[in-house]
Write a protein that binds this ligand. Sequence first.
Ligand SMILES: Nc1ncnc2c1ncn2[C@@H]1O[C@H](COP(=O)(O)OP(=O)(O)OP(=O)(O)O)[C@@H](O)[C@H]1O
Ligand SMILES: [Mg+2]
Length: 266
Amino acid sequence: MSRRTKAENFDTEIDVLRTRLKDSDDLNVQDAVFDKRTLMDLYSLASKGVIDALGGSVCTGKEANIFRAIVGEKELALKIYRISTSNFNSMQDYMRGDPRFSSVKGTKRAIVAAWTRKEFRNLSRAEEVGIRVPHPIAMKENILVMDLIGEGERIAPPLKDVDLDAEEAKHIYDKIAEYISVLYNRAQLVHADLSEFNILYDVGEPVIIDMGQSVTLDHPMARKFLERDIANVAHYFKKKYNLGSPEEIWEKLRKDRDEIEKKKAD
Ligand SMILES: Nc1ncnc2c1ncn2[C@@H]1O[C@H](COP(=O)(O)OP(=O)(O)OP(=O)(O)O)[C@@H](O)[C@H]1O
Ligand SMILES: [Mg+2]
């Protein structure tokens, strides 16, 4: 396909998306998500070959829209943070205490771009220590490109929307407890918004998503966030599957920490 036709097709796809969003979302969302600069950044990602085509909308979250996209045969997810409806004050609170981002200041756009970069880096760091997350592929300003979790028409549902049998539930619970521990002990990160909403269920395995707000352990609120993450997960599994407890997850976290310390000392 020539460059020109490719660009024209891309325009049509964006128009189709706008119409779909108009039909399904409140009217402000489509303008908020496809502002002029975001459109230019989408073109830039397309011209660099990071994405070939846009697909439909997956979800309109509180701060971002998730769309499908493809490159070659591969399915991608695009997370586009809406500049005008993002909560900058809370973003800045999360970033101030994180040495990687403490000096970020400036326009709303700059803050949202830093937040997007933060999510990209948190996902990479989680992936490096063996946690299943959507593989982060690229980012530009307020757009994060990552693997789509699911296949074909099937997009992995959030944990809150699935009913597991007892054995599966135990496997998922154990795996999440392990991920909390590994994230803390090996990646030195706390997710900070972990719950059945931000864990996808993909053919029998949990996948952790939505890591923009995740912080390093030196963040003044890291401990509070960890307590909340553990409480959320434990509460959900207790209520729905009569399984596990916060104490059990804390115990695992401490045991893993001690093992790492011991290895370092040897
Ligand atoms: N890589 C992905 N693959 C498949 N689905 C995804 C992916 N990333 C996000 N989603 C879907 O989009 C939803 C919103 O994504 P995410 O939680 O990252 O955004 P958010 O704006 O923080 O949303 P919310 O405010 O609802 O938490 C997720 O609950 C999930 O269903
Ligand atoms: Mg979310």
